[in-house]
Design a protein around this ligand. Structure first.
Ligand code: PMV
Length: 326
């Protein structure tokens, strides 16, 4: 029997227009389309090997064997690949993040993108980018945007076949930077799966959805025109709209810390002083500062002066998920 083994690498991504709330939880169809940039410094490398000699699936993340819920989610994903490839063999999954694990940075996007590519290739499947994006979406919604390179749009779609991400511009299109200010390494209080399910209970959820199509069209056009003065305010508006939904769902979810608000104010002050930088936050307290390459050093310098900032991680636009070893 030939060796059923492959290694793949994938980037995390930061959404400029975010996904919060699902239209179909089973199929992982989002309530709205979203727009993102891959992050070249936040990557996951995953090796998957299927073998008839293995009695059970083994999952090792950052050198530690997983046993609980995380393992279950990964095994469920392996089961999807096994069903597609008509394969019964158990697998060994060894995965490593380039960023400190437990740093409060989402690793599910890079993780499930790398796992989808490594597992499908190891199982002998040659999936198209579209098929891979659909497969990754089942693992974690945002992972579907980590399959194409550079800047991507995930079209919500009304069926599984229609819901996948596509590149709208390659990494070389625009040297934007995401300067991440880490203010907490704690595990988030509410995971995104639960958070998505609470979104419709917010009285602002429908208002957010109603404003999204227009924001997405404008953000996409600004991105294609490399117009940060237009894109930046849309990125901030979208993050605030998502957090307004989070904070008003029942029960509410407060992801921000005092230091998150402090940084939001700093970004506004710096902009008033002429530094072109914008903020966004995912389901956590860490603040992503979006700027052009020419302003990165200054943004970084200012962040390093703030006591509450534990670490600064800078990414540019990252490539597509790719196989690095057969
Ligand atoms: O992919 P999930 O289920 O972990 O959801 C991620 C949701 C946000 O990161 C908060 C927003 C987004 O679009 O990435």
């Amino acid at each position: 029997m030939s060796v059923l083994k492959a290694t793949a690498v994938a980037c995390a991504n930061i959404a400029f227009v975010k996904y919060w709330g699902k239209r179909d939880a089973e199929l992982n169809l989002p309530a709205n389309s979203s727009l993102s940039m891959n992050l070249d410094r936040l990557t996951t490398i995953t090796t998957v090997e299927f073998s008839p000699d293995y009695d059970d699936d083994l999952v090792i993340l950052d050198g530690r064997e997983e046993r609980g819920e995380t393992r279950q989610r990964i095994v469920a994903h392996l089961d999807r690949v096994r069903a597609m490839a008509r394969l019964r063999a158990r697998a060994r999954v060894i995965s490593k993040n380039s960023f400190p694990s437990g740093a409060g940075l989402a690793s599910s996007a890079s993780g499930f993108a790398a796992l989808s590519l490594a597992a499908s290739r190891a199982a002998g499947l040659e999936l198209s980018q579209r098929e891979l994006s659909i497969l990754a979406r089942f693992g974690s919604g945002s992972a579907c945007r980590s399959i194409p390179g550079g800047f991507s749009e995930w079209t919500a779609g009304s069926s599984s076949e229609e819901s996948f991400a596509e590149q709208i511009a390659p990494p070389e299109h625009w040297d934007l930077r995401d300067v991440i200010a880490l203010v907490s390494r704690a595990k988030k209080p509410v995971g995104s799966t639960e958070g998505h399910s609470l979104a419709p209970s917010s009285p602002f959820f429908q208002a957010r959805l109603a404003s999204l199509a227009d924001r997405l069209t404008k953000a996409k056009a600004a991105l294609l025109e490399k117009d940060l003065a237009t894109l930046g305010p849309l990125i901030e508006e979208d993050a605030i709209s998502m957090h307004a939904v989070m904070m008003t769902s029942r029960p509410p979810i407060y992801y921000w810390l005092p230091s998150s608000i402090q940084l939001i104010h700093e970004v506004q002050n710096w902009r008033a002083e002429g530094l072109e930088v914008y903020f966004t936050l995912d389901a956590g307290p860490n603040v992503h500062l979006i700027c052009q390459a020419a302003d990165q050093a200054e943004v970084e310098r200012r962040l390093r002066d703030i006591e509450e900032v534990l670490e600064v991680i800078v990414s540019g636009p990252g490539p597509a998920a790719r196989v690095i070893e057969p």
